[in-house]
Ligand binder design. Structure first.
Ligand SMILES: *Cc1c(COP(=O)(O)O)cnc(C)c1O
Length: 369
């Protein structure tokens, strides 16, 4: 293969469809700070996701940081090492200490059975991640959080549109963060949101994302600047019309991978979870070197030699980065499942525009024909 195939490719609406939105912004001359499109996009997102309150952000990282501040999270925060670094960084940058909890082998999400042993008098919150769009075990996490009086703040960056038993997964917890980064299922170039059922919390979040301003003369706290601008809010409105089609195409691609790779010795593929409407944000496989006859890194290199750029999300674990590896909870002994999965995981290309013949090429490279 001559052309390069990346792990994802953003979907974009026809450019002509965006022009009327731009003309409107040029007429309004209102570029940011809760403009017309911002209001419309917040309402449309709440409607689409089936949630009560949405606060738009310039990206997911700032949303995480502001969300922690809004919930007044301090001290120690129990989290997962098997995530994108933003989760751990947000905890660190909010002057809190990440405490790493191991994950489950079948969903790669935080293992609720291992949470309670990590709680100390300094613990104030649990920050799990619905990694790859797999919903966490919410009932168990909620029970632990309520028993110990902890906040439950989900990094929901991967679960856009995911539902469990008909309920939007990003409605769970005290707060959930979404990311609309270019690499996500739903993108606004850069962007993000916080989701809550608590109207007072939304109000506080909206102050904190605008420097802390409650009105012209009242600054309630040292807030950040996390506002989404009109350009991206307008673009998001347009993208919202296309996202169901994007997810449907990803589902077909996931089905084909599962059929083709399900019986390959040493390759593990996950199936849909009963009761969950998935978004197929990622297509992770696990490579067992002995059974497959090649290491995960060997397969990664082989794919790359064929122009296929798979990704080892999430290797290395966040607990192995220099800032965090000295923490008591960062040891492999505390994180046996996460450590094993990080050594084996590989995310294959999946996106609506992935051509069938390109997917065939990926499959054949893995099968070895
Ligand atoms: C993408 C991502 C983020 C960060 O979102 P940005 O919008 O890129 O700032 C945070 N957590 C997870 C798990 C992510 O995948």
């Amino acid at each position: 293969m001559e052309k390069k195939i990346f792990v994802t490719q953003p979907s974009l609406p026809p450019l002509d469809d965006f022009i009327p939105y731009l003309e409107r912004i040029w007429d309004n001359k209102w570029l940011t700070n809760n403009g017309e499109f911002h209001k419309k996009f917040e309402a449309a997102l709440a409607e689409y996701l089936g949630v009560e309150f949405v606060s738009l952000f310039t990206n997911g990282m700032i949303a995480l940081q502001v969300g922690m501040q809004a919930l007044r999270i301090t001290g120690e925060v129990i989290t997962t090492p098997f995530t994108f670094v933003a989760t751990t960084h947000a905890i660190h940058l909010n002057n809190c200490k990440p405490v790493f909890c191991d994950i489950e082998p079948d969903t790669y999400t935080m293992d609720p059975a291992k949470v309670e042993a990590l709680i100390t008098p300094r613990t104030t919150a649990i920050m799990p991640v619905h990694v790859y769009g797999n919903p966490c075990r919410h009932e168990e996490l909620r029970r632990i959080a309520d028993t110990y009086g902890l906040k439950l703040f989900y990094d929901a960056a991967h679960v856009f549109g995911v539902r469990k038993d008909g309920v939007s997964v990003c409605e769970w917890g005290d707060l959930s963060m979404l990311s609309f980064h270019a690499t996500k299922v739903f993108n606004t170039f850069e962007g993000g949101a916080l989701i809550t059922n608590d109207g007072n919390l939304k109000k506080r979040i909206d102050f904190l994302k605008n420097f802390g301003f409650a009105d012209e003369v009242t600054v309630v706290a040292p807030g950040s600047n996390g506002k989404m601008d009109e350009f991206r809010a307008a673009f998001g409105l347009l993208q919202l019309e296309l996202v169901d089609g994007e997810i449907a195409k990803r589902q077909q691609i996931a089905r084909r991978y599962r059929e083709a790779l399900g019986d390959v010795p040493g390759i593990r593929v996950l199936q849909d979870i009963p009761g969950v409407k998935h978004n197929y944000a990622y297509f992770p496989i696990e490579v067992d070197a002995r059974a497959y006859g090649m290491t995960r890194d060997g397969l990664y290199d082989k794919l790359k030699a064929n122009g296929i750029y798979s990704r080892r999300y999430f290797y290395p674990l966040c607990s192995n980065f220099p800032t965090y590896r000295g923490l008591p909870s960062a040891t492999a002994a505390n994180l046996p499942v996460a450590t094993r999965v990080a050594e084996r995981i590989l995310c294959l290309p999946i996106y609506a525009g992935l051509a069938e013949k390109d997917q065939t090429g990926i499959i054949n490279t893995i099968i070895g024909d």
